[in-house]
Design a protein around this ligand. Structure first.
Ligand SMILES: [Zn+2]
Length: 76
């Protein structure tokens, strides 16, 4: 689980398309689980729009397969 600070940094990287695949997955998981970011985002409209974009962006089939592989590797 990444920190909210890390999530915000990945949001910024996403804006410039510099986030790695693993960072994108980490961010998606963070936004699914985190209770703090939605509250924080009310105070920071930029952070909201970036994270909402990341959250709403659907995974491609290829990304889903990669994500499954990443998760399997973590469990080993
Ligand atoms: Zn958070």
């Amino acid at each position: 689980m990444i920190s909210c600070e890390k999530a915000a940094k990945i949001c910024n990287k996403l804006q410039y398309k510099e986030a790695s695949f693993f960072e994108k997955i980490s961010l998606k998981f963070h936004l699914l689980i985190c209770k703090t970011c939605p509250q924080f985002s009310k105070k920071n409209s930029e952070f909201t729009s970036l994270c909402e974009k990341a959250h709403l962006q659907s995974l491609t089939e290829e990304e889903k397969i990669k994500m499954k592989q990443e998760l399997e590797n973590v469990n080993e």
